[in-house]
Design a protein around this ligand. Structure first.
Ligand code: SAM
Length: 334
């Protein structure tokens, strides 16, 4: 058995309890092999519903190794699923012929998290397949606290967190992102779960002016003539704040390393009394302890001191060497 495929049976054994729980709750989407932390630098193996997805971030794998991974995964889980390999590292002209997946495996398909249908595309221009699996533990906390609540999902991407919240009974969900194509996937996710469009809206906009208006703060922009949608301040009971590491826009810069408070403070101000924020930080160089301290300090400075700050641990399909995974999540209540 090629070396990487031989890593799968022990990785599946380590996930035994998690997989039992996920299958019980209607989740068919998880990571089976998590790169270097499990002895496979630059290689991950995921199940997305009815497909194995092998992603490579350094060199692509020869087709034979991809097929060996497929066989090992099917055997370990007692399934018979096709495999797709998605190389996300630099293209390599000398690499062996890429694995050729079936057309059916490459089509847009649906996977499930806690019984909720979420669209994915296994190989999609070398990018991620529309659903970030490591955020599952955060989505679970949101889901448990969503019934009867008004939810704002910032940097919503394909709206998976917003759709999960709506499926869990949120009365109103507003998903904000400036990427039209990502929101279009979100619309399909919403519709595939029979969620009324009015209860789970998609707002195509820069998040910065939206957030500042919701917080009652003046909008900053580079140039007087940059248009933005005008909105009235309205309170939200739950806010998802899952920003990218760095992004520039006409309304400022998202910079999670140098300036998390410029997102965090207005998010706190947009929160209804007793509300909660699911916040993330994906940057490996930022330690959980430093980030938590910053969140506490800047909340106090903004006049919205935190009642509680609960770190959310990643599920066991995202192991790390030292218990310091790059993705940090908290559930913060005011
Ligand atoms: C890491 S993804 C967020 C993942 C998402 N929260 C989820 O649950 O899957 C980052 C998203 O932020 C969006 N984005 C980045 N800067 C933005 C901005 N200033 N305004 C609106 N969207 C922005 C991108 O379009 C992208 O969809």
């Amino acid at each position: 058995m090629p070396r990487i495929a031989s890593l799968l049976p022990p990785a599946v054994a380590r996930r035994h309890h998690l997989l039992e729980r996920l299958h019980r709750e209607g989740t068919d989407t998880y990571r089976l092999l998590h790169g270097i932390a499990e002895g496979a630098p630059g290689v991950t193996v995921d199940r997305y519903g009815g497909v194995w997805l092998v992603q490579t971030f350094r060199g692509p794998l020869p087709a034979g190794e991809v097929e060996a991974l497929q066989q090992a995964a099917n055997q370990a889980l007692g399934l018979d699923l096709p495999v797709v390999c998605n190389h996300r590292g630099r293209p390599d002209p000398d690499a062996p012929a890429p694995h050729q997946p079936t057309a059916e495996a490459l089509a847009e398909r649906v996977c499930h998290e806690a019984g909720v249908r979420l669209p994915f595309q296994a190989r999609h221009r070398g990018q991620d397949p529309w659903l970030f699996l490591d955020l599952r533990a955060g989505r679970a906390v949101l889901r448990a606290a969503a019934a009867g609540q008004r939810v704002l999902n910032l940097f919503a991407y394909t709206c998976s967190a917003g759709v999960m919240a709506a499926a869990a009974g949120a009365t109103q969900v507003v998903n904000v992102d400036f990427a039209t194509s990502a929101l279009a996937v979100g619309a399909r996710a919403r519709d595939q779960n029979g969620i009324a469009a009015a209860r789970c809206t998609l707002f195509e906009s820069d998040c910065l002016p939206v957030l500042r208006q919701l917080a009652g703060q003046p909008v900053q922009r580079r140039g007087k003539h940059v248009p933005y949608p005008r909105i009235e301040p309205q309170p939200f009971d739950r806010i998802v704040l899952d920003p990218p590491r760095f992004a520039k826009s006409p309304f400022g810069t998202v910079d999670v390393v140098r300036d998390y408070p410029s997102l965090w403070k207005p998010a706190l101000l947009a929160l209804a009394p007793g509300g909660a924020i699911l916040a993330t930080n994906h940057v490996p160089e930022v330690s959980a302890a430093d980030w938590h301290e910053l969140l506490r300090r800047s909340a106090a400075k903004a006049g919205r001191p935190l009642r509680d700050l609960q770190p959310i641990a990643l599920d066991a399909d995202f192991p790390s060497f030292d218990g310091q995974p790059p993705l940090k999540m908290v559930w913060a209540t005011v």
